[in-house]
Design a protein around this ligand. Structure first.
Ligand SMILES: *Cc1c(COP(=O)(O)O)cnc(C)c1O
Length: 226
């Protein structure tokens, strides 16, 4: 039986899946409880197609425009692919975003919640959202303040009829991420939310140890972005 050499991308994919399984096991968790989001921003469609052919389905993109140029063609071949928006969303892009994405992970302000609500009511397309929490309370950073998350969640569900699946965060750069991950996990538990999107190439192991149910990995999979 001749063995087929894996491409570098598929080798990194396998290695990453193994590392995720090991981190989950170490944390006493089922590796199936950690979903890998392959973050394809600033990479072309070809490596995405390669991962799709290998059976991967969950992808993340930062920008509506970039995703619009890449994903509709891929979706024709793989209608079950699941595309997550993980970058900031402007209200004038809400229409395109709701049409294109399957999950919005960056719900970070009331104005956006209202716009998403309006668009979903108009189109009948309801997609789950995650509330982005400014877990390090950084003044320049997007996200709901941790102490405002409970009120915002109630408004999202009550005033805007949104399907809120969980919380997402990007911890402050240059700090130990673990305390921030633990705080996001505790906040989600307080709010009765189970979906926790946290951890990237540099810190996904720590995030898994702290309870991440979704890690967002770009560089460790697709290589450096220019
Ligand atoms: C780019 C990005 C990632 C992936 O980062 P890597 O370090 O390349 O793994 C994850 N989350 C968000 C919000 C991003 O913008």
């Amino acid at each position: 039986m001749g063995s087929i050499a894996l491409t570098a991308l598929l080798e990194r994919y396998r290695a990453l899946k193994d590392a995720i399984a090991a981190a989950a096991q170490e944390a006493g968790r089922d590796s199936a409880s950690v979903e890998l989001l392959a973050v394809s921003k600033m990479h072309p469609a070809e490596p995405v197609a390669e991962l799709l052919a290998a059976g991967h389905r969950h992808f993340g993109e930062n920008r509506v425009q970039e995703a619009a140029g890449k994903y509709p063609a891929l979706r024709e071949t793989y209608p079950d692919l699941c595309l997550h928006l993980i970058g900031p969303l402007q209200t004038n892009k809400v229409r395109d975003a709701v049409a294109l994405f399957d999950v919005i992970e960056t719900l970070d302000r009331p104005k956006l919640a209202a716009a998403l609500s309006k668009e979903m009511a108009l189109t009948g397309r309801r997609i789950p959202c995650l509330i982005e929490v400014n877990i390090g309370a950084e003044p320049q950073k997007a996200g709901i303040a941790p102490e405002e998350a409970e009120d915002f969640l109630a408004r999202c569900r009550g005033d805007w009829q949104l399907d809120i699946a969980g919380l997402m965060c990007i911890p402050p750069a240059g700090e130990d991420p673990a305390p921030h991950f633990r705080r996001l996990a505790a906040l989600a538990a307080d709010l009765g939310l189970t979906d926790l999107s946290m951890g990237m190439s540099g810190d996904y192991r720590e995030a898994i140890a702290c309870g991440a149910t979704r890690i967002r990995v770009g560089t460790a999979l697709f290589g450096r972005r220019d």
